[in-house]
Design a protein around this ligand. Structure first.
Ligand code: PLP
Length: 394
């Protein structure tokens, strides 16, 4: 009989969202007329921008035309999209060759798949609170996880240290769930540390487009020495509303070598073996994001979410609640009032204000006592949630 991967039995139940859904449906059953405001959602609420929609339609028409029809594309991505992304990095002062850019179906897929490049005996460092997939993907592979708790004291942006040395280092900036964003100097410390110890940083830049502070880096590739120690995983999900359309990209620099092996060559080999790439239609839609019209239009959508963040931040400021995030990220990470735990605060908010968010415990033990609000909802709900929070907490 075949032996299953026994590491799946070591996974902790991902009960966070199931438990939230259960509590919300129980509340609704008892209060059918209550207007619940869902401020916990991690999905976008605005549709794709016009430039993307036009490109998608055009690409569908291409597929109906004998001369323009596209069959299989290169597995690592269509040249037109790899070039557009490399040109986008150029605008930030990062020089990449298009074959250092790999088109993907999104960051989640890549965060799991990229682990194929590393030996299963390697250890992975996860800074917590963290996006839960980092831990789970490594547990499935049987890797040792080194948990590095972060705190209000370090601004949820801890420094590297010898005590938490690991082969793989996950950095997510701007962070989900805390919204905290590494400065250039802080990232430089991680890059120097990784180069010194031969570790590899997996840099999750899913929320880079939300950065508005001009001094903060959008990409780890902006940091000196990053090309010899980092892989960057990006997504158009939150940047351009591709959560349901699915498109992302991953940067694997050619200079990234370990034990005489090129990570870029290995990833080419991996992709050409395990995927036939992303759909032509979707890649055309993605390329439209990198046109000047596309950039202008996605910035309008990002401004909408940023205004939501501003509305919530204003209410929290007035109520005297400590939080981080919001300015450079679509999440607000607040300290629960009166020493409440995240679940306790969840119940309090649901019962007293009919506002739903996400308890910090869902992102690691050190998230206890914190709570995440998302800014992806619609304006009216956000305004109403801000009013209710202010009434309840001030
Ligand atoms: N990384 C982080 C930190 C996320 O929060 C998310 C989605 O919420 C992802 C990756 C996954 O993004 P994608 O939709 O591209 O799979």
């Amino acid at each position: 009989m075949i032996t299953p991967n026994h590491h799946y039995a070591e996974l902790k139940d991902s009960y966070l969202f199931a438990r939230i859904a259960q509590k919300v449906s129980d509340y609704q059953a008892c209060h059918p007329d209550a207007h619940l405001l869902r401020m916990g959602i991690g999905d976008v609420s605005l549709p794709l921008c016009d430039a993307v929609i036009a490109a998608l339609h055009q690409a569908v028409d291409d597929q109906a035309d004998k001369d323009r029809f596209q069959g299989y594309l290169p597995e690592c991505g269509a040249p037109f999209l790899r070039e557009a992304i490399a040109a986008h990095y150029h605008t930030r002062g990062v020089e990449l060759s298009p074959d250092e850019v790999f088109v993907s179906s999104g960051a989640s897929d890549e965060l799991g798949d990229i682990l194929d490049l590393f030996d299963r005996s390697s250890a992975a460092l996860v800074i917590e609170p963290a996006y839960p997939a980092y831990v789970d993907a490594n547990v499935m592979a049987g890797r040792t996880i080194v948990h590095l708790p972060s705190s209000k004291g370090d601004g949820f942006l801890p420094e590297p240290s010898e005590e938490t040395l690991a082969d793989l280092i996950y950095l997510c900036s701007p962070n989900n769930p805390t919204g905290a964003t590494f400065s250039r100097t802080q990232l430089q410390h991680w890059v120097d540390f990784a180069n010194e110890h031969g570790s590899i940083i997996l840099f999750d830049a899913a929320y880079e487009a939300f950065i508005e502070d001009p001094d903060l880096p959008h990409s780890i590739m902006e940091i000196e020495g990053a090309k010899t120690c980092a892989i960057e995983i990006c997504s158009l999900s939150k940047t351009a509303g591709f959560t349901g359309t699915r498109l992302g990209y991953t940067v694997v620099p050619k200079a990234l070598m370990r034990a005489g092996m090129s990570m870029n060559d290995m990833w080419v080999r991996n992709r050409t073996t395990k995927t036939n790439g992303v759909s032509y239609v979707i890649q055309r839609g993605g390329a439209a994001v990198f046109t000047s019209e596309g950039q202008r239009q996605i910035r309008e959508n990002l401004r909408y979410y940023k205004e939501n963040a501003r509305i919530l931040m204003q209410a929290l400021d007035q109520a005297g609640i400590w939080y981080c995030g919001g300015r450079n990220a679509p999440y607000l990470w607040i300290e629960c009032p009166d020493g409440m735990g995240g679940w306790e605060f969840f119940d309090y908010l649901l019962n007293e204000a009919q506002v739903v968010g996400t308890p910090g415990e869902g992102f690691g033990a050190c998230g206890k006592g914190y709570f995440r609000f998302s800014t992806f909802g619609n304006r009216e709900d956000t305004q109403e949630a801000a009013r209710r929070l202010l009434d309840l907490l001030s």
